[in-house]
Design a protein around this ligand. Structure first.
Ligand SMILES: [Zn+2]
Length: 160
């Protein structure tokens, strides 16, 4: 199996990365694919979970697939004479990839914030106030995430 995701072209990245499942009862997330089987008994809460849900929504996998598609798209434009031309910036500027990536980043953060609000059983009115007090991605990352977890977001720290 290819370990560099940028080189994967024969499969949809959304399918490759979609290997996290959530228990509908206790909400634990793991990579146990048996969760998709009927009658699976959750090892965490011992409840039978027949729904076997992927953790990531179809929006997440769709954005990942779009990033992959546009990353590998060969960029050509037509000249005024109607001839195919590869502009100097082709292959260097992948604006759709940047846009889809930032959208994915915002979607994942919003999903995480929603999960944290649910886990802390915060009342709906207070949730709305917290979200409206931090309307931008940066504010949610810097301020709201710290409020909910007591931690500072540092993606580099997580991989050490
Ligand atoms: Zn469970």
């Amino acid at each position: 199996m290819e370990d560099n995701i940028l080189k994967i072209k024969d499969r949809l990245l959304g399918d490759v990365l979609d290997n996290f499942f959530i228990c509908e009862n206790c909400h634990i997330v793991d990579t146990d694919s048996r969760r998709t089987e009927s009658g699976f008994k959750c090892p965490s809460c011992a409840e039978i979970d027949d729904r076997g849900m992927s953790y990531f929504s179809s929006q997440v996998t769709s954005l990942i697939n779009l990033i992959q598609e546009f990353y590998h798209t060969h960029q050509e434009v037509l000249t005024d004479e109607g001839e195919s031309h590869v502009p100097f910036w082709a292959g260097n500027i992948k604006l759709p990839v940047v846009i889809f990536f930032t959208t994915l980043r915002e979607l994942l953060l919003n999903n995480l914030i929603d999960e944290l609000l649910k886990a802390k059983n915060i009342d709906g009115d207070i949730c709305e106030r917290l979200l409206s007090d931090s309307p931008t991605h940066k504010q949610r990352l810097d301020k709201l995430f710290r409020t909910l977890t007591g931690e500072t977001w540092n993606c580099f720290k997580m991989y050490r």
